[in-house]
Design a protein around this ligand. Structure first.
Ligand SMILES: Nc1nc2c(c(=O)[nH]1)N[C@H]1C(S)=C(S)[C@@H](COP(=O)(O)OP(=O)(O)OC[C@H]3O[C@@H](n4cnc5c(=O)[nH]c(N)nc54)[C@H](O)[C@@H]3O)O[C@H]1N2
Ligand SMILES: Nc1nc2c(c(=O)[nH]1)N[C@H]1C(S)=C(S)[C@@H](COP(=O)(O)OP(=O)(O)OC[C@H]3O[C@@H](n4cnc5c(=O)[nH]c(N)nc54)[C@H](O)[C@@H]3O)O[C@H]1N2
Ligand code: SF4
Ligand SMILES: [Mo]
Length: 665
């Protein structure tokens, strides 16, 4: 008999509410939950594929262990005993740091998966890694320097008169560190009721609906922002706001002085009219809301650009104001009530990479191959990640992985990485675990929502908290999950301790529990000295040294609609039109290189090369070519380098790096 069950999608931070149809234990249909007050029935192709992904033919249902070079099925006691035994030996022989953990994106926002950090802490190892350090480390770094809290993000207010999207393509991605359901409707509204400016070297899907699209040279965006700050500081800044809430204006003013119109036109390769028009539009709007995405966070000037985003919000008096930049205190974390103590989460990096920092209690992912090669890291856990696709310099990482004594992967399907593991553990998937929205602070609504299990775990799949508790018991470690814990809910209940409503109240609500309205004007009460600090010396030093991207041909990333990083790159979300690994290139650049549409092209850097089909695409500005990540056979990370790293954030350059192209044959 068919039954309908409410849940929400956890593929991205939009967390759209869904209704699943279940027949005889099979999920036969997924639709958006029209009764949910936050997502209002919206889902994308990935959410619609939740059932297909759950019943994927490559799904993992039993633990696997490597014997005589092959992964073979085993049972839980055998696999857990084996892992615990190896961990004990590694810790005894080399100390706790020999054991590391890398968490992929599904381990970050899912409440019931978020137990891996206590496990690493109980081992006592500093070898902690997550996708945060290869995605967006500039945001927590700059937030920490500006307001003493790494977990504060701005987002363009839904009512802003001028939304500025830089290196972000919400129509495909639904946003970055700021997620929106129904992005097309929101972008259209911004454009219809005010202005929407998209700044991207490609005419992206989001640029198509914008009031204005600017395509500056990659890595030069800081100049455009710096120029706007400079011009407004000379005339038109919100002086009352600056006097009341900002610290460090003299140093900031001096730092942007070099961004004259001529310099900025030369550096950005925009026209004078475009640069002037940008400043004029800001003046017209008064308050503005800027959102920077991976086009910025993965580029070479991520930190200075992010600092200038804060600065432009400040000089326009937009910070924490309706119609400007909204800062969601969060339903679960309730930051307006609880505040925070100022933090500095930077520390020394791993021993093999003294050039890197540690950030937020983690080492940067780029350090993994060096740490393995140096013999510091000998056993690695992968919690819901696909490192051989996601991390830079795949060739080096592959060689390093072969040296590990132990590589344990917890996943729901076989991936390009699981084939290299010594142990593969089947975790429960989203449809098999209850969950609660904790990360609403990256959304335009202050809310939480509970999702029960849609189906019971299939095969031998187990929740991560169960797996880690079983290992901890064997090693006499305390990870804070007692034997009384028997359900995902027990793990999540304490996570709502500070929330606006307790766990059971949220659980009892059939749809999202939403706070009325949005909270504005709350942050300054909690800022150190009541002020945003815009003169951090290290960030200003980086700004002073910043230069736009190199001349020549630069390769930029972009995401695709029907896959999520490497997940569903086999076409699960849209079997009829699967996303393809194509190298997009401006037709004039292609002509200059003798490349025609469909030609096989070899893309090369010092790290390696890959061969992919070319697609001529006039939406790319000249000098800019793009290739999406997430494909095993055409893996763009064979081109990236673990050496090209930002010294403050530990971020590796994945956007706008120089490449050379040659036609095959
Ligand atoms: N060159 C280049 N590299 C990039 C990027 C880029 O733009 N360019 N983007 C970077 C970014 S922003 C990110 S976030 C990373 C992504 O890096 P990863 O998160 O490592 O990559 P995914 O492919 O999303 O892998 C997630 C894995 O989790 C598994 N999984 C899904 N659901 C569950 C679950 O419920 N439980 C468990 N146990 N496992 C689950 C999936 O099967 C998949 O194997 O890649 C980064 N790498
Ligand atoms: N469908 C889908 N949705 C996703 C994902 C996915 O893989 N597929 N991944 C999720 C994850 S893990 C993340 S982190 C977010 C990321 O979300 P976004 O940051 O929105 O990622 P993209 O969609 O790649 O958009 C980045 C844009 O930056 C532009 N860009 C590249 N280089 C530069 C540059 O140097 N300067 C400027 N100005 N622009 C540049 C690209 O052309 C592209 O349009 O998306 C999430 N949502
Ligand atoms: S936008 Fe798509 S992937 Fe993201 S939560 Fe909604 S349905 Fe899932
Ligand atoms: Mo990401």
């Amino acid at each position: 008999m068919a039954e309908e069950r409410r849940s929400f999608c956890r593929f991205c931070g939009s967390n759209c509410a869904v209704v699943a149809t279940v027949e005889d234990g099979r999920i036969t249909a997924i639709r958006g939950d029209a009764e949910d007050p936050v997502s209002q029935g919206y889902i994308c192709s990935k959410g619609a594929a939740l059932g297909r992904f759950h019943h994927h033919p490559d799904r993992l249902d039993r633990p696997l262990i490597r014997r005589d070079g092959r992964l073979v099925e085993t049972d839980w006691p055998t696999v857990l005993d084996d892992i615990a035994g190896r961990m004990r030996t590694l810790i005894d022989d080399h100390g706790p740091r020999a054991i590391g953990g890398y968490a992929g994106t599904p381990a970050v926002p899912c409440a019931s998966v978020n137990v891996w950090r206590p496990f690493m802490a109980a081992i006592g190892t500093p070898s902690v890694y997550s996708t945060v350090s290869i995605d967006v480390p500039c945001i927590p770094l700059v937030s920490e320097r500006v307001c003493g809290n790494p977990m504060i993000h701005t987002q363009p207010d839904p009512d802003t008169r001028m939304a500025i999207l830089i290196g972000v393509n919400p129509i495909v991605s639904h946003g970055h560190v700021f997620f929106m359901t129904a992005p097309k409707a929101q972008l259209r509204r911004w454009a219809d009721e005010g202005e929407l400016w998209v700044i991207d070297p490609r005419r992206s899907e989001s640029a198509e609906v914008a009031t204005r699209h600017l395509a500056p040279w990659p890595g030069s965006e800081y100049m455009l922002l710096g120029h706007a700050v400079r011009e407004l500081l000379r005339d038109g800044a919100d002086c009352a706001f600056l006097d009341a809430y900002v610290h460090g204006l003299p140093a900031l003013t001096a730092a942007v002085e070099r961004f004259t119109l001529d310099t900025v036109v030369a550096g950005t390769r925009l026209t004078e009219e475009e640069v002037r028009g940008f400043v004029l539009a800001i003046r017209r709007a008064g308050k503005i809301g800027i959102h920077c995405g991976t086009g910025i966070s993965m580029g070479r000037n991520a930190n200075p650009t992010t600092l200038l985003m804060w600065a432009l919000h400040a000089v326009t008096g937009s910070l924490d104001r309706q119609g400007g930049a909204y800062l969601n205190p969060g339903f679960a974390r309730n930051l307006d009530r609880h505040g925070w103590t100022a933090l500095n989460t930077s520390g020394p990096g791993p021993a093999s990479r003294p050039d890197l920092p540690s950030r937020l209690g983690e080492y940067p992912c780029v350090a993994i191959p060096d740490e393995i090669d140096a013999g510091h890291l000998r056993g690695l856990f992968i919690f819901a990640g696909n490192p051989l696709i996601a991390l830079p310099d795949t060739n080096r990482l592959l060689a390093a992985f072969a040296r590990l004594d132990m590589l344990v992967m917890v996943d729901v399907v076989e991936t390009a990485s699981t084939g290299h593991a010594t142990h593969v553990l089947p975790g429960t998937g989203q449809m098999e675990m209850s969950d609660i929205v904790l990360w609403d602070f990256m959304n335009p609504a202050e809310y939480s929502r509970y999702a029960p299990r849609v189906v019971e775990p299939s095969g031998e799949r187990r929740p991560l908290w169960w797996i880690l508790r079983e290992l901890a018991k064997r090693l006499d470690l305390d990870i804070g999950i007692s034997d009384d814990v028997s359900h995902d809910d027990d793990v999540m209940r304490p996570m709502m301790a500070q929330a606006r409503a307790d766990f059971d109240t949220v659980k009892a609500s059939a749809t999202a529990l939403v706070s009325p309205g949005r909270t504005y004007g709350w942050i300054h009460r909690h800022l150190p000295d009541g002020r945003w600090k815009l003169d951090d010396p290290e960030l200003l030093a980086q700004l002073a040294e910043a230069e736009p991207g190199e001349d020549g041909l630069l390769l930029v990333p972009h995401r695709q609609k029907n896959k999520l990083n490497a997940q569903m790159s086999d076409g699960t979300a849209n079997p009829r039109r699967p996303d393809l690994p194509l190298l997009s290139i401006n037709p004039d650049d292609a002509a200059a290189l003798g490349i025609a549409d469909g030609d096989a092209v070899t893309v090369a850097t010092a790290s390696g090369s890959i061969t992919v089909p070319a697609r001529l695409d006039p939406r790319h500005r000249r000098g800019v070519t793009s290739l999406p990540h997430g494909f095993g056979d055409h893996n763009v990370n064979r081109l990236t380098s673990v050496e090209d790293v930002d010294r403050l954030s530990g971020m590796v350059r994945l956007a706008a790096f120089p490449v050379s192209l040659s036609k095959v044959g």
